[in-house]
Design a protein around this ligand. Sequence first.
Ligand SMILES: C[S@@+](CC[C@H](N)C(=O)[O-])C[C@H]1O[C@@H](n2cnc3c(N)ncnc32)[C@H](O)[C@@H]1O
Length: 281
Amino acid sequence: MNYRHLFHAGNFADVLKHASLVLLIEALKTKDKPFAVLDTHAGRGSYDLMSDEAQRNPEFRGGIVKTLAADGPRLGALKPYLDLVRQQNLGQPALRHYPGSPLIAQALMRQDDRLILVEKHPEEAAALRRAMGRDARVHLHEGDGYERIEALLPPPERRGLVLIDPPFEIRDEFDHFARALVRAHRRFPAGVFMGWYPIKAPAAIAGFHRALKEAGLRRLVALEMMIQAPRDPARLNGNGLVIVNPPFAARAALEALPALLAPILGTGPGASGKFTELVGE
Ligand SMILES: C[S@@+](CC[C@H](N)C(=O)[O-])C[C@H]1O[C@@H](n2cnc3c(N)ncnc32)[C@H](O)[C@@H]1O
């Protein structure tokens, strides 16, 4: 387990993922009934962009820094996400703190909503505990998110969002990921599920999408953003999200998001964004 998100925090992939996460949570908040958020690969919660790790190859400059610089009426749907990042940096002369998915969820949740976090890496889990502070709404498990996911579902609230955001450091991560998503969905068919994946060579993604379709998932969409043409399949040329049961209130903004972000975050010819309905109702 070598992956540490601190090297990548705030990069173009985090922008697509976290902007979508905010849209989904805001959509859940349109109803009064409490919900739970389960984050199976939670990370450390908060990332210091001035740390040696984040500065080594400052990926955040190609992600959150570009997005904040482009902020304006066109990015209206991203306002809650960008405001949240700004809030984390009040009083800072420059962007320093980047919120991970647990901090984003914690900031947006209401009094009766709950957040369940799983993180396997002991150091990351300890940092996560510090970042979340004392908050009775937050439950943190140090362990394997893939192993715990079924036992944690369905949440007693029977409403909620499951984020699966693995590091893709093992060769068959796509298989683990697809199986975990399908198993989790069986336990909690009404849940909203969002999973992140890297796009190096787009051909590899077709099999992953096919596996999800063949497993019988319905109301399944994909948001994909390439920052450059995938000429070198060893590089992270783009990234994607699969979402099961996207809430109606978030649908239009999710549809627009990849094409909105691609021109801002693209690094060369071939930058593009698309929204695909993989399986309908
Ligand atoms: C991409 S990062 C998560 C980022 C976080 N979700 C966010 O958006 O801020 C992946 C995290 O998963 C952790 N991890 C790796 N394998 C895991 C597993 N099997 N179960 C739970 N966590 C795992 C890594 O230590 C790392 O912190």
